[in-house]
Design a protein around this ligand. Structure first.
Ligand SMILES: NC(=O)c1ccc[n+]([C@@H]2O[C@H](COP(=O)([O-])OP(=O)(O)OC[C@H]3O[C@@H](n4cnc5c(N)ncnc54)[C@H](OP(=O)(O)O)[C@@H]3O)[C@@H](O)[C@H]2O)c1
Length: 298
C-alpha cells in the first residue's frame, strides 16, 4: 500500500539544496556526512537499512568543480562509487532513488539544448564523476529518477548571485563570461520539484527515468550577472570576458542549455522563471553585503 506521506531519506541535508528541501516541511529524515561519509561509503547500505525509507533523495555531492581537477579520485568516490552503493542499497529494498545531477555531464555545444537521452561526454573531472554516478544508478537495475539541473541560486550561502554582488559592490566593472549559456535555476522550486517527484516515485513501478529541470529563459552568464546587479539596485557594469580568458582549472560546457520538455510531458512540471525569483530576492540583495568570492565562474 502507498503511504499517505512517504518517509523520505534526504542525503546531503546540510548542503545548499539539501537545506532548502529540509525547510519545506515534508517529513524527511535528514542525513549528512556524519551519518554516511560518501568518501568511503561503507555506512550507506546500513543507513538505508536502518532508516528503511519509502524513497531516497540524494543531494550529497562533491561540488567543487575546479577542485575536482586535482582531487579526481575523491570526486569519483563521492559522486560515482558511493552513488552506485546507494543505488544498490535502494534496489535491494525496491526503494526509488531520486538523484540530482548536472549539466556538466555534457560537452561544449551542439546547437540545441541537451536532451535527457543525449550521450553524456563530460569535459571535466567533476563531470566525469557525476556521469559515473548516473551510469552506476542505471546499471544497478533499481528504481530511479535522475534530475539534471544547472546554475543553482538562492537559498542562502555563496553562489553566483552573492559572488557577483560582492564584486559589484566594489564598484569596478565585474568580469563575467559571455560565452557560456544556460538556465539559472532558483533552488526553491527545484527543492519543491524534488519533493514532488519523491512523492510520486513511490507509486511508480519500474521507474527508470532521466529528466532536466532548469530555470527559464536560458541566458548568458554575463546577462544573468547584469540582471543580478540591476535587482540589487546597483549600476556596476559587467565586463564581458571569455571562458578562455578566465583559465579556470575545469572546462565547462559553453552551451549548457537543458531541454526540460520530458519533465513537463511526464509530470506536468514547467520551468520556473528565474527573473521572478531574482525579483523576490531583490530586497534581501539590496541590504545584504555578501563577501567577495574569488571566482564568478561556478
Ligand atoms: N550548485 C550548482 O550550481 C549545481 C548545479 C547543477 C547540479 N548541482 C547538483 O545539485 C546537488 C546539490 O548541490 P549543492 O549546490 O547543494 O551542493 P553543496 O552545497 O556543496 O552541498 C553538497 C552536500 O554534499 C555533502 N557532501 C559532500 N561530500 C560528502 C561526503 N564525502 N560524504 C557525505 N556528504 C558529502 C555536503 O556535506 P557537508 O555539508 O558536510 O560538506 C553537502 O551537504 C549536487 O548533486 C550537485 O552536483 C548543483
Amino acid at each position: 500500500m502507498t503511504p499517505v506521506s512517504p518517509r523520505i531519506l534526504l542525503l546531503g541535508a546540510g548542503g545548499r539544496l539539501g537545506r532548502v528541501i529540509a525547510r519545506l516541511g515534508a517529513p524527511v529524515v535528514p542525513a549528512g556526512r556524519r551519518e554516511a561519509d560518501f568518501r568511503t561509503a561503507c555506512d550507506i547500505p546500513a543507513l538505508v537499512e536502518h532508516i528503511a525509507p519509502d524513497v531516497v533523495i540524494n543531494a550529497a555531492a562533491f561540488t567543487d568543480v575546479d577542485g575536482a581537477e586535482s582531487s579526481e579520485s575523491e570526486a569519483m568516490a563521492v559522486n560515482g562509487h558511493a552513488v552506485g552503493l546507494l543505488a544498490a542499497a535502494c534496489a535491494r529494498r525496491d526503494i526509488p532513488l531520486i538523484h540530482v545531477s548536472t549539466d556538466h555531464v555534457f560537452p561544449s555545444a551542439q546547437g540545441r539544448p541537451w536532451r535527457p537521452e543525449d550521450t553524456p561526454r563530460p569535459l571535466s573531472a567533476y563531470g566525469r564523476s557525476k556521469r559515473l554516478g548516473e551510469d552506476l544508478i542505471r546499471l544497478t537495475g533499481g528504481r530511479y529518477l535522475i534530475l539534471r539541473t544547472s546554475w543553482l541560486f538562492g537559498g542562502g550561502g555563496r553562489d553566483f548571485v552573492s559572488t557577483i554582488l560582492g564584486r559589484a559592490r566594489q564598484g569596478a566593472p565585474v568580469p563575467v563570461v559571455a560565452d557560456q549559456t544556460g538556465g539559472p535555476t532558483p533552488i526553491l522550486p527545484l527543492a519543491a520539484t524534488l519533493l514532488s517527484l519523491a512523492h510520486r516515485a513511490v507509486t511508480i513501478s519500474g521507474l527508470r527515468e532521466i529528466h532536466h529541470f532548469t530555470g527559464m529563459p536560458d541566458v548568458s552568464r554575463a546577462d544573468f550577472a547584469r540582471a543580478i546587479i540591476a535587482s540589487a539596485g546597483l549600476e556596476t557594469e559587467v565586463e564581458e570576458v571569455t571562458t578562455d580568458d578566465l583559465a579556470a582549472p575545469a572546462r565547462r560546457p559553453l552551451d549548457a542549455r537543458l531541454d526540460n520538455t520530458s519533465l513537463a510531458l511526464r509530470f506536468g512540471i514547467s520551468r520556473p522563471d528565474w527573473r521572478l525569483h531574482l525579483e523576490a530576492l531583490a530586497d534581501r540583495l539590496k541590504t545584504t553585503a555578501p563577501p567577495p568570492h574569488e571566482t564568478a565562474h561556478i
